[in-house]
Design a protein. Sequence first.
Length: 585
Amino acid sequence: MTYAHDEDRWHADFVLDELGRWQFSLEAWTDVFRTWLAALEKKHAAQQDISVELLEGAEIILNAAARAPAPVRAKLRARGLELANQTKPVPERVEQALDPELTTLMAYLVDMDSLTRHDQAFDIVVEPVQARFASWYEMFPRSQGTTPGQHATFRDAERRLPRLAELGFDVIYLPPIHPIGRTFRKGKNNTLTAGPDDPGSPWAIGNELGGHTAVEPALGTLDDFRHFVASAAALDMSIALDYALQCSPDHPWIRDHPEWFVTRPDGTIKYAENPPKKYQDIYPLDFWCTDREGLWRACREIVEFWIEQGVTIFRVDNPHTKPFAFWEWLISSIKEAHPETVFLSEAFTRPKRMWSLAKLGFSQSYTHFTWKNSASELREYFMQLHQTELPEYFRGNLFTNTPDILHAYLQQGGRPAFRVRLLLAATLSPLYGIYSGFELCENAPVREGSEEYLHSEKYEIRVRDWETPGNLNEEIRIINRIRRGTPALQQQGNLSFHATTNEQLLCYSRTSWQNDLLVVINVDPKHPQAGTVEAPIDTLGLGADTPYVVEDLLTGDRYTWKGSANFVSLDPAQRVGHVFRIVRP
């Protein structure tokens, strides 16, 4: 380690060149030789008598020789005897003491009696790049056909992959692809009675055809799925699977392992609830049941099975409702054998529980971004995600929408609101995602005041025209291209907010070495907004009177600015924001 005198701190770095969990600790010891050498140099420079100091040094060297390996021992013994030889002139002995070779020989001979080791080993987890930086797209394979109401297959979904790759997505996330339960199957718009053609919710996992390691036959075969995964890989995309530890009433585990579920006093198995919502088609697992070890092993075997099929990314459904001890055990054991795996936590819960899941091993997490829509809310929330200790262990994946969450901002703001949220998500975090239909600005709720979609894809098959006029395809393509070409957008902890004279204008910078961005967004989707924004010229190394150019990466337009205060006007009907690259003089 190297010592910085002004900071009074020691520093070191080392290369982590393999995936997996690393550990480091700290050792310190009294460097008797160099302490003596430093004092000798000072006294010699002051022309003081150092004859006794030379004898002390000889003693230090001879003691070190006694514990040195054989090749070094003879050299050190000779050096010590030379230093102790009082018949030699003092200047000659000082020169021998200051010989760099002697310092090198002594450097690795630690006096173990003075060695102190930190009592804790610190962990560093090295994960794939996609744990840190990726653009996600969520789609239901069964909706990727062209005939309304007709169940699509993996082969149909595969035909959409080149288009998604061209739009710049890295991860394609699929809801559960397993056989769907028939008992208490939900109908359209979450009605309690399903029609004969209603496909049911994919999260009601399992029927007589299999459970978590089986494929819904209407989608195809396991070979078809593997082909789908390989086709995505050929396009430099990865497939993420939903890992939902729950069962339909028809799941084989209900028959084979009833002890894995909670049985109520009336003899019925308890179904899932999130008041006022009820999920009669889903049975939660009892992770503290009498056969806990058997259940936990079975849950791990599910992950191992899909890894064998080529999947290394798992979006975990509601992990905060399962024991934290289970996740710590499962993720650590999986990553020990498969360090290439990535786990996304879908935990819309209290912040401390979200942070704790990250500490237990989750690579990334959903966030409360969906509910942060004003400039003040966004500033407060993302200062926490970027400017605290959180970047050390928590990575937020900003999904603009999900099958469960259609925020009022999107419902009421129309197409401009979708453009605002897309630009915010893609530039506030290295990880972001959209759910199918976002690019078409779908914003009809099932009822006023609800965040559920009308004709929710969770309960029915949706066939869309992806080229519908007004789509956001071109904006998504441009934004993802900017993300891939801009290092400042690929890391966390480099975000700073800057003042504006209009609270509807949000201004922030993302910085990296010689690659600085200044983002300005109008968060009001309904009205033009204008004002002065404060560019961080001091941080950017720009003088107060020096003109500089900002280039909008979204359009290619360039503007010459001067000083920190500059005027911006944004009409959401035309342009919702700027992503400025600072062009240095």
